[in-house]
Ligand binder design. Structure first.
Ligand SMILES: [Zn+2]
Ligand SMILES: [Zn+2]
Length: 74
């Protein structure tokens, strides 16, 4: 008799928030705006650079790869 132990979900735990390294101020934050290329920017840096990365406060442009990312969608 074999029971499927493998089916036990591995995603249920270990989702504790890990600090993300902000690429601008090089500090770790629980939350950073991130791009799919791996670029991350903390909220403070985002506020400082808002004029440079967004023109409508809805999407921001990654300074690394130029990809557009949405606000409030993470
Ligand atoms: Zn920062
Ligand atoms: Zn990027």
């Amino acid at each position: 008799m074999e029971e499927k132990i493998k089916q036990r979900s591995r995603a249920g735990w270990g989702r504790a928030k890990q600090p993300v390294l902000c690429h601008c101020c090089v500090k770790e934050f629980i939350f950073c705006w991130t791009c799919r290329c791996g670029f991350a920017m903390c909220q403070a840096c985002m506020n400082e650079n808002l004029w440079g990365v967004t023109c409508n406060n809805i999407i921001w442009q990654c300074p690394d790869c130029g990809e557009w990312n949405g606000f409030g969608n993470q």
